[in-house]
Design a binder for this molecule. Sequence first.
Ligand code: FAD
Length: 427
Amino acid sequence: MANTPYPESYYAASANAVPPRPALQDDVETDVCVIGAGYTGLSAALFLLESGFRVTVLEAAKVGFGASGRNGGQIVNSYSRDIDVIERSVGPKQAQLLGQMAFEGGRIIRERVARYNIQCDLKDGGVFAAITPKQMGHLESQKRLWERFGHTQLELMDQRRIREVVACDQYVGGMLDMSGGHIHPLNLALGEAAAVESLGGTLYEQSPAVRIERGANPVVHTPQGKVRAKFIIVAGNAYLGNLVPELAAKSMPCGTQVITTEPLGDALAKSLLPQDYCVEDCNYLLDYYRLSGDKRLIFGGGVVYGARDPANIEAIIRPKMLKAFPQLKDVKIDYAWTGNFLLTLSRLPQVGRLGDNIYYSQGCSGHGVTYTHLAGKVLAEALRGQAERFDAFADLPHHPFPGGQLLRTPFAALGAWYYGLRDKFGY
Ligand SMILES: Cc1cc2nc3c(=O)[nH]c(=O)nc-3n(C[C@H](O)[C@H](O)[C@H](O)COP(=O)(O)OP(=O)(O)OC[C@H]3O[C@@H](n4cnc5c(N)ncnc54)[C@H](O)[C@@H]3O)c2cc1C
């Protein structure tokens, strides 16, 4: 049977040591079978175990193999579409519930890190950087909007103030969110997996779910075993493939790329990001960056629609990094990798039930580190019979991409090209 290792990345190279985990080779019984050991699956597993459920997690490759072990590590609050857009689409009552939850994921991460003593270089503080006055205006209204839902800890920054926290001349201003921050994403996932096991959960790696037998007593099949469960949670996100065809129709895997420099040393690192905050700009096709625990610059950006792996990642991302920080022109890139996130047309997560006992959450469209942690909690609530918050997500409308499976990639790329042009010309 294939043994899929982690893709080469800075995170894989600096991962905390973990024990080997077996592949499923038996016929086992559990309350909840979770498919996928990324943040969604691990967060759901932890909340369910804490509520007394028996949980078995199946992971096709290794814990954090997908986006959760490869991402920019930025704890960004709210969703990939903001609450005012949601409000216009679904009305004030549902938007109110979603707005109240928009900052909960970050709190869950911090609570998990503290309770389970997870070593993942957690740092507080995230900056949204405006390149144009129009983007700055958007941040001003976003601050008012988020404060309306009770989220404080936000500071608007003018050009002088943002220059104190980011040594980049591109920005006209920004917004600092002290409840944002950053983490070593793979080590967070590995720590959460260890927490799952510490509570009696079982985790199988190299154990892809290849078929779900639906019905009153569903069974999940892997190549060498099966799991009989009362409930199934599908948390395979962009790596799920066609296991659940209903879910594939309204979402599209997309790639984004990350590079990591050699260690910069304390002085150079501090000169770039003196407070060690993470940064993302406000473009539609955005750049995001931060320092690692050992003072490298981790810089991400770019989107490949349809998730084909680009041939030379460094050639795509390095120029973006040098545009922000020309002072790094002689710095070597030690790692470059790509990972897939799942895009929906509305850029809002796709959440719901299939029949009575199969639950899913996927497709948070870019900003997923916080949302996936919240999703785990909301899924666990729904399995416990408290579905109000789950339903607030499940009731969000979703539509297929124009062009169907065949043409959705070129159509989405065309849309992104249009928005990229708007970014470029500052519209
Ligand atoms: C390069 C990159 C950078 C990003 N940067 C950020 C960022 O800085 N901040 C932010 O908020 N968000 C970021 N994101 C998005 C964020 O990482 C994701 O939204 C989030 O990690 C998704 O978590 P997940 O658990 O839903 O999916 P994943 O982490 O992708 O996990 C899904 C897991 O399911 C497994 N799986 C799939 N199918 C099966 C099957 N049939 N059987 C068993 N297992 C299966 C996969 O192997 C995988 O391990 C980024 C994404 C990428 C790719």
